[in-house]
Ligand binder design. Structure first.
Ligand code: SF4
Length: 318
């Protein structure tokens, strides 16, 4: 079939009216978009820049926008991609563009993955059964195409968010029975721009063409984090104090003592008290606070028992 590939041309600067160059090719409908681009580069224009590697959907490198949709183009036949015998090809939106439709994979994905020290740190377990490894098998099939990141609604507003692709990689090691760094990894993944910044919109799972379900993997990392007793974000001392004060308040009173949590979060009675004094006085003046001691809620002892039970269970799981 005869087709026109309209391919975005240009350097790093992107704009709404990026120019596109038309290349006419004669290929079979089953030919992949990637193969068609290779044909253009080999026969018509050696300067055309795009990413691609394995050509069989294994490496996830050849991610592009095809008629506005993110695709791993080696898996996309031109016969399916074309509209009126034309295919418009653009670079993926959130990754920095290097040239034409080539994106900067290092900044877009690999720097984030590398920040989690990928690679099993051997813990001495030499043999594992298939059953023991089964939780990570699915995550291991990830091609790092980054299409989940392109669909991510958090990356849309914060490019520093580690994103579902990198966090799926963390999951792969945390749940590997041969890895000895599970807790450290969960701590790292729980810091700013990590698992707790996910808004569970499930777009990542909807976008993944390989059924990895990365949003679920993020939820499982959160669950493991709670079970390991990891207080995420504690690299920030104020956040750590806030966690502890919040926990102590609910454990002892059955509900929040907001006044005391605020004071403890800012460093305790003297420092926190001084810091919170203007707010406290304003709240008193408006009748939104009082000086009475904080009371326990009805059923507080049952809540305290829940904390004790939680500690007992998580101690055996750690
Ligand atoms: S989880 Fe799916 S969409 Fe995300 S990088 Fe891996 S294979 Fe691609």
């Amino acid at each position: 079939m005869e087709l026109t590939l309209n391919v975005r041309r240009g350097g790093t600067r992107r704009s709404a009216d990026d120019s596109h160059q038309a290349y006419h090719v004669d290929v079979e409908p089953e030919t992949s978009v990637f193969e068609a681009l290779v044909k253009v580069r080999e026969e018509q224009d050696g300067t055309l820049a795009f990413r691609g590697n394995c050509g069989v959907g294994f490496c996830g490198d050849c991610t592009m926008l095809v008629n506005g949709r993110q695709e791993v183009v080696c898996l996309m036949p031109v016969g399916k991609a074309q509209k009126d015998d034309e295919i418009k090809i653009d670079p993926i939106p959130y990754a920095p563009t290097v040239k034409d439709v080539m994106y900067d994979a290092k900044r877009f994905i690999w720097d984030k993955v590398n920040s989690f020290s990928p690679g099993v740190v051997f813990n001495g377990v030499e043999q594992v059964t298939e059953e023991e490894l089964s939780p990570v098998r699915r995550a291991m099939r990830c091609t790092m195409c980054g299409i989940c990141d392109q669909g991510c609604t958090v990356i849309d507003v914060n490019l520093d968010f580690k994103g579902p692709a990198a966090l799926n990689k963390v999951f792969r090691y945390v749940f590997d029975p041969r890895d000895g760094r599970a807790k450290e990894r969960v701590v790292e993944a729980g810091e700013t721009n990590g698992v707790w910044d996910c808004v569970h919109c499930w777009e990542a799972s909807d976008h993944c063409p390989f059924d990895i379900d990365p949003t679920h993997r993020i939820m499982e990392l959160r669950d493991r984090s709670v079970r390991l007793g990891v207080k995420s974000g504690t690299g920030n001392r104020q956040a750590a104090r806030h966690y502890n004060a919040f926990e102590r308040s609910v454990e002892h009173h059955g509900w929040l003592d907001e006044r005391n949590v605020a004071i403890q979060s800012y460093g305790g009675l003297i420092r926190g008290g001084l810091k919170m004094m203007p707010t406290g006085l304003a709240a008193l003046r408006r009748g939104k606070a009082n000086l009475l001691p904080h009371r326990k809620r009805p059923g507080a002892s049952a809540i305290k028992a829940l904390f004790a039970r939680y500690r007992e269970v998580t101690r055996t799981e750690r």
